[in-house]
Write a protein that binds this ligand. Structure first.
Ligand code: EPZ
Length: 418
């Protein structure tokens, strides 16, 4: 397996273009199953998860190809309703195949995705919603079989938790349902809004995307679309933190600053110099940062996908800070790896107490999940000596051209084929 080797200590400086959003591209790719027409999606990041989804769409019967950052879906005819374990286990977002296929075919058999390193990640909220829309759910031999006679029926669906995936799945199912669906306590992430924009381009009738209540008037048919995916707010925030950890200055272009407002506010509160100009953010280290606590929350709160990266930042800030994780039940797997690099961290339940240290020192570390991997790269960029990061296939799922971008900014980073 490949590894990343980093020789820490270089200040990062320069300009990088932020890639398209992974978490927006994925639901939009699944939305192509809602029409037989051609679809074109631009600004799609080149990532392992995108390849997995393109393979998935081809398996289901939507002929899909990717060329650089553009994905094209051809006219389709017959769709297959079975999503096998070997595809679903690779990427949990595959459960988003359910909404479109129940809406189009009235049936779908999806392998239960199983848990992952950051938590059990059940899909009860998704399934309860489909039941409310008239579907029958059966669990058999590790598969979820969802069926409905005729069309899904619009319904009022109140989520016990503002789940991103469940909001996306119900949007994907309700656009072709009979009648009106209201999602109450919907997730408000920018990726939800981007998906709704695509569905509206396809002819769907949606209002309230980005707020707590989304209303969908079902229609008979949807047509093809062309869409430019929004910028990846998580990638942008990761590079902003990298600039500050290495006491450098980075210019990020192609960003949507308001999508990461809370992170910008927290970085300013910590004492960094941040200038915003349309789709450009300039992050500059000007003085030692102050320790700042964070508590992860649903959007527009502090993103759980930036929790690990923030922890890495606070490891090198003089003083004590606390990170509280409220979204996932087991998202601290990066703690023991950061401790191997010399960080002073203590886990207590869903809190991590951080005592800033003067410096980190390089060591071999292992990636457990995508964002934990990002935190280890950030720490390696600052650690004295060499840091060797293994299991970087997690990183390839969510960061486009990671080493290339960091090398362009002056980092001493390389990938060794394993
Ligand atoms: C999306 O995952 C993102 N993935 C995650 O990003 C992100 O961390 C998460 O939203 C929260 O923002 C994609 O968009 C592909 P959830 P998702 O449903 O939809 C519980 C990354 O690094 N829950 O909002 O799976 C669940 O267990 C990834 O890019 C239920 O209990 O997130 C979790 O504790 C990691 N039952 C919490 O809700 C359900 O039916 C948040 O899950 C659904 C969720």
């Amino acid at each position: 397996m490949d590894k990343i080797i980093i020789k820490g200590g270089n200040k990062l400086s320069g300009t990088i273009k932020v890639s398209g959003s992974k978490n927006s591209s994925l639901p939009i790719l699944f939305a192509t199953l809602l029409t037989d027409d051609e679809c074109k999606i631009k600004n799609v990041p080149v990532l392992a998860d995108i390849k997995t989804t393109v393979d998935f769409l081809n398996f289901i019967g939507k002929k899909t190809t990717r060329k650089a950052n553009i994905v094209n879906c051809e006219k389709s005819s017959k769709l297959n309703h079975i999503a096998p374990y070997d595809l679903v286990r690779k990427m949990r977002a595959s459960v988003l195949v359910m909404g479109p296929l129940i809406a189009r075919l009235g049936k779908v058999n999806v392998s239960l995705p199983g848990g992952c390193s950051i938590g059990a990640r059940p899909i009860d909220i998704h399934l309860d919603a489909f039941k409310k829309m008239g579907a029958k759910i059966e669990l058999k031999e590790g598969y979820i079989n969802v069926t409905i006679d005729g069309r899904l029926k619009g319904a009022d669906i109140e989520f016990r938790f503002a789940s991103v995936g469940a909001t996306e799945n119900v949007l994907l199912a309700s656009v072709l349902a009979k009648g009106t669906t209201r999602i109450i306590n919907a997730a408000k992430e920018p990726e939800i809004q981007d998906l709704a924009d695509v569905l509206i381009k396809m002819g769907a009738k949606i209002s309230g995307a980005g707020t707590k209540i989304i209303t969908v008037e079902g229609v008979e048919k949807l047509h093809g679309f062309t869409h430019n995916v929004i910028a990846d707010r998580i990638e942008a925030a990761t590079y902003m933190i990298a600039a500050l950890m290495t006491k450098g200055e980075i210019i990020l272009t192609g960003v949507i600053p308001e999508h990461l407002q809370i992170v910008i506010d927290k970085l300013i509160e910590a004492g960094s110099d941040i200038k915003i100009n349309n789709d450009t953010i300039i992050v500059k280290w000007k003085k030692d940062l102050k320790p700042i606590n964070i508590r992860t929350e649903i959007y527009p709160g502090f993103p759980t996908d930036i929790q690990a990266q923030w922890m890495a930042l606070m490891c090198l800030v003089k003083g004590n800070s606390i990170v509280e994780e409220t979204v996932f039940e087991n998202r601290f797997l990066h703690v023991c790896e950061l401790q191997r690099l010399g960080a002073n961290l203590k886990i207590e339940g869903n809190l991590v107490y951080i005592q800033g240290v003067k410096e980190l020192s390089g060591a071999p570390v292992m990636v457990s999940d995508l964002r934990a991997g990002a935190a280890l790269v950030l720490a390696g960029l600052c650690a004295k000596g060499k840091t060797e990061i293994s299991r970087i296939y997690h990183l390839d799922r969510g960061y486009e051209a990671l080493e290339k971008k960091f090398r362009k900014l002056g980092a001493n980073i390389k990938r060794i084929k394993g």
